[in-house]
Design a protein around this ligand. Structure first.
Ligand SMILES: C[S@@+](CC[C@H](N)C(=O)[O-])C[C@H]1O[C@@H](n2cnc3c(N)ncnc32)[C@H](O)[C@@H]1O
Length: 343
C-alpha cells in the first residue's frame, strides 16, 4: 500500500522547532531593531559590504554583527553573497531612511520599549479585558505621550511611516469628489491628506488632530499651497464642520466600541445628512488565514484596548453612530476602505 508523503511540517521534530522559532520572535524584533539603529540598509545602498566593513562604520563588534545579519538574512532581510559580504534585498530596501515609503521610522517605533514593555503585559490584559499599557505606564497611551514629547514624536513619525504606503493606495482606490473639502479626523501628520490633495487638484483639506502631530505636519509643500488648514482639537468634543467627506484612518482601531460610538457621533454632529464618512482600517476576513490585521489587532488590544473589526462589526458600530455602511473597498495596502453615509 502506498503511503502518503509526509509533509515536513507534520514531523514532530519540525513542529517543535517551528513553535520554538515563533516563541523566540522577540529576538527577531531585536535583530531588526539592531539593523535599523545601526542604519545597515543605508550603508548597503552603494553596494555589498562585509560585516567587518559594516562593523568599522558602526563601531560595533564584527563577529557579533555578522551573526545578527545571518539571522536576518535567513528571513530574506539582507543576503550574503559568495564572498561573505551582505547586500540589500527588496524587503531590506524599506529599512533605508532615504527612500519613498521608508519603514525605518515604523520599525524604530514598533520595536521601542514603549511597545515591547506593553507586549510583555499581554497576559494581564487578557486576564482583565483591558489595555496593558495603562497598567504599565500609569496613563492611557495618548495621555502618556502628552508628558513625553520625544516618544510622541517617535510615534508620529512611526505612524506616518507605517501609513505611508496605504496613504497613496487609499487616495488612488477611493473615488473622492472632484471638488469640496476633506476633513481628516485624527489625521496625524497629514500623509493621507497630502496624498488625497495631490490626486485631486481641486479639493481642499482640513487636518484635525491633537497639537503634537500638527506641529510637524507634512502639508507645507509648494504644490499644495492654499489648499489646506490644520485645526487642533479633541474628537470626543467636536470636529470641524462643513466638510464634504470625513476620514477616520487608523483612529477607530485605537478605541473600544463605546469610545468609537462617541467619536462617530461627534463626526455625525458636524456632518450634513447624506455626506460621506471614509473609515480606513483593516477589515478582518473570516477564517484563520494569515492577515496583518490579526497582528495589528493584538497590538492595539495591548496598547489601547482597541480592536480591528470585521465588516459586520463596522456596520453595527457605524449604525450606532448615525451612519449606514455603503461599501467596503480593498486597497493595494493592508487596510481597507469602509464607506458610510450620514443618515
Ligand atoms: C493611530 S494614529 C493615526 C494617525 C493617522 N490617521 C494615520 O493613519 O497615520 C491616531 C491619531 O488619533 C489622534 N488622537 C488621539 N486622541 C485624539 C483626540 N482625543 N482628539 C483628536 N485626535 C486624537 C492621535 O494624536 C493620532 O494622530
Amino acid at each position: 500500500m502506498a503511503t502518503s508523503p509526509t509533509r515536513p511540517e507534520d514531523e514532530p521534530g519540525d513542529l517543535a522547532t517551528r513553535l520554538m522559532d515563533q516563541a523566540m520572535g522577540h529576538y527577531f524584533s531585536a535583530a531588526l531593531r539592531t539593523a535599523a539603529r545601526l542604519r545597515i540598509a543605508d550603508r548597503l545602498a552603494a553596494g555589498p559590504r562585509t560585516p567587518e566593513q559594516l562593523a568599522a562604520a558602526t563601531d560595533t563588534h564584527a563577529p557579533h554583527l555578522r551573526r545578527v545579519l545571518r539571522y536576518l538574512a535567513a528571513s530574506g532581510i539582507f543576503r550574503e553573497d559568495a564572498s561573505g559580504a551582505y547586500q540589500l534585498t527588496p524587503i531590506a530596501h524599506q529599512l533605508r531612511t532615504d527612500v519613498p515609503h521608508s519603514l525605518h521610522p515604523a520599525v524604530m517605533m514598533i520595536t521601542d520599549e514603549l511597545f515591547l514593555r506593553t507586549s510583555a503585559g499581554l497576559t494581564e490584559a487578557v486576564r482583565h479585558g483591558d489595555a496593558a499599557f495603562e497598567r504599565l505606564f500609569g496613563a492611557p497611551f495618548f495621555a502618556h505621550l502628552q508628558s513625553d514629547p520625544a516618544k510622541r514624536e517617535l510615534f508620529d513619525n512611526g505612524m506616518a511611516s507605517l501609513a505611508s504606503p496605504a496613504d497613496d493606495a487609499v487616495a488612488a482606490a477611493y473615488p473622492f469628489p472632484a471638488t469640496g473639502t476633506v476633513v481628516d479626523v485624527g489625521g496625524g501628520r497629514g500623509g493621507l491628506l497630502r496624498a488625497v490633495l495631490r490626486h485631486h487638484p481641486d479639493l481642499t483639506g482640513v487636518l484635525f488632530d491633537l497639537a503634537p502631530p500638527l506641529a510637524h505636519h507634512l502639508l507645507d509643500t509648494d504644490d499644495l499651497k492654499g489648499r489646506w488648514r490644520t485645526q487642533e482639537g479633541d474628537f470626543f468634543a467636536s470636529v470641524p464642520q462643513g466638510g464634504d467627506v470625513y476620514v477616520l484612518k487608523h483612529v477607530l482601531h485605537d478605541w473600544p466600541d463605546d469610545a468609537c460610538r462617541r467619536i462617530l457621533r461627534t463626526c455625525r454632529a458636524a456632518m450634513a445628512d447624506g455626506s460621506r464618512l471614509v473609515v480606513v482600517d483593516c477589515v478582518l476576513p473570516p477564517g484563520n488565514a494569515p492577515h496583518f490585521g490579526k497582528t495589528l489587532d493584538v497590538t492595539v488590544l495591548a496598547i489601547f484596548d482597541g480592536r480591528e473589526r470585521n465588516a459586520d462589526e463596522f456596520a453595527a458600530l457605524l449604525s450606532a453612530g448615525g451612519f449606514r455602511l455603503t461599501r467596503v473597498l480593498p486597497t493595494a495596502a493592508f487596510p481597507s476602505i469602509v464607506e458610510a453615509v450620514a443618515e
